[in-house]
Write a protein that binds this ligand. Structure first.
Ligand code: FAD
Length: 462
């Protein structure tokens, strides 16, 4: 891109415009997954929605390919492309809470921790992911599940409105009253329809929650999963618990004798049991499948739970992931989990089954673009390592695991867990019967498919 064009963009924006020759370029192009090392032609670090509008118009007028960066957490690096304009929302991190109305208005480049922190100040929270550093942008537009899902639904079930910069640079608010088809599509359809500069969420009274971590030796994985698949769906909705295979981290709260050991486990979050006595009662059943190798439960402020994994998996690691939805945990799938637990390729590699039942089953199948209201778990297989030399090994492990597990799945994955290299058929599998409706909304709001660096829905008729 010519220097004059960059100067023009600079004049239009309040935020910084950063080119390859500028100090800060390398820092600005870093994203969470260190496997992605790309060099945009220019980075428009927007300060506000007016900057976003200017950047979109600038891209359109100069026929430039562009990407949108929220929190930079997408596994495949959807927010950054070589030689394009990156519309970077990372300066737009803010949250304002209305404690009486129990709502939060949150900047489109915010991280989950920004929302959690501000809402917690009023004793409130809303469901989002399980790490404070994930962007609310990509997470919400994909659906969003986390520790509060069984109690209060998906993130999109709590989305009340979104301010959106459209493909022509105009701006609208989408809600159930205004642009309702766009609002429907934004709730699960990913970044296909525009740049969301602010999200309005409903909040719930959540202050302290009960955290539980239970680990079992690998030989008990069959008994544990057979117990878990019955126990959790039948449990009260105020109890959430995601299943994981993992290597025990070398630090507190884990005792030294289990550091570095492969185990299976569940990370629990209870919004009902928030004192020692009720936690002991809630978690009494964890001994049923087999004696745990480790069990720990404590009341904890919700934002502290959300930040629990931030240091364990910081920015700068190698990541490759794939996912699928599951409506049951078959005996055959348990054999697959057992085999891939035995050959975990690195200490951080893992597989999680996140519950998407409870309150997330309450909206009707057509209410939002999320097409798997009948799923009980959203599974993700993550090959993760600090070593660049491990990149192929962790990718191969994740792909092999996914191929073995896929026949036991419902066929499609949570859109935010599809690998960037998986292709359009997987996007169709994610949206099932909703794909054609999404394609119609795409034709209305982005007929030229300028928002295409995402899990792309093609405009109807294209
Ligand atoms: P980015 O890489 O910035 O963007 C991803 C996509 O979203 C791009 O296509 C981008 O264009 C689009 N986008 C982002 N912001 C906007 C916006 N404001 N307007 C329009 N488009 C936008 N997901 C869960 O649901 N629950 C979890 O618990 C969870 N845990 C995770 C933990 C880790 C460590 C990681 C890396 C990811 C996790 N995810 C989880 C997945 C996460 O939801 C996705 O990676 C999501 O895409 C991250 O959003 P982002 O804004 O950070 O990503």
């Amino acid at each position: 891109m010519g220097g004059t064009a960059v100067e023009m963009l600079r004049e239009m924006m309040r935020g910084e415009v950063i080119g390859p020759a500028d100090a800060g370029y390398d820092e600005a192009r870093e994203i969470y997954n260190a496997m992605i090392d790309r060099r945009p032609a220019v980075i428009a670090r927007c300060a506000d929605s007016t900057d976003v509008r200017a950047a979109v118009r600038f891209a359109r007028e100069n026929s430039l390919d562009f990407t949108v960066r929220g929190g930079g957490h997408s596994g495949g690096g959807l927010c950054i492309v070589d030689g394009s304009l990156m519309i970077d929302l990372s300066r737009m991190r803010w949250a304002r809470v209305d404690p009486e109305g129990r709502t939060a208005l949150v900047g489109g480049g915010s991280q989950i921790g920004d929302l959690d922190h501000e809402a917690h100040g009023s004793g409130l929270a809303t469901p989002a992911g399980i790490m404070s550093t994930t962007g609310v942008g990509g997470l919400t537009l994909g659906g969003g599940h986390g520790h509060l899902t069984r109690a209060y639904g998906l993130t999109i079930d709590n989305l009340l409105a979104a301010d959106v910069v459209l493909a022509d640079g105009s701006m609208v608010t989408a809600s159930s009253d205004e642009h309702p088809e766009l609002f429907w599509a934004l709730r699960g359809g990913g970044g296909n329809f525009g740049v969301v500069t602010a999200f309005r969420y409903a909040l719930h009274p959540v202050e302290n929650v009960g955290l539980g971590v239970t680990l079992w030796e690998p030989e008990h994985i069959g008994a544990v999963l057979r117990w878990y698949r019955d126990f959790l769906p039948a449990a009260a909705e105020d109890l959430n618990g995601f299943f994981a295979i993992l290597t025990v981290a070398p630090g507190p709260p884990f005792p030294e004798e289990i550091h570095g050991r492969k185990m299976c486990g569940v990370v629990w979050c209870s919004t009902g049991a928030t004192d020692e006595e009720s936690l002991a009662k809630t978690f009494a059943p964890v001994a049923e499948p087999a004696p745990p190798a480790f069990h720990f439960a404590t009341p904890i402020p919700y934002p502290a739970l959300q930040a629990l994994f931030d240091d364990l998996i910081p920015k700068g690691l190698q990541w490759y992931w794939r996912g699928d939805f599951f409506d049951r945990i078959t005996d055959g799938s348990i054999d697959v989990h057992r085999a891939f637990l035995e050959n975990l390729p690195s200490d951080l590699s893992t597989m999680h089954l996140y519950p998407v039942d409870g309150a997330a089953h309450r909206p009707g199948p057509m209410d939002t673009a999320w097409a798997y209201r009948d799923a009980v778990w959203s599974g993700v297989i993550g090959g993760i390592s600090p070593e660049a030399a491990d990149a192929n090994r962790i990718r191969t492990w994740a792909v092999d695991y996914w191929e073995a597990l896929h026949p036991h799945s419902m066929g499609g994955a949570y859109v935010n867990f599809i690998g960037a290299d998986e292709g359009g058929d997987r996007v169709r599998a994610t949206y099932r019967g909703h794909y054609d409706r999404l394609a119609e909304v795409k034709r209305t709001y982005d007929p030229d498919n300028v928002f295409h660096h995402n899990q792309n829905v093609l405009p109807a008729g294209s």
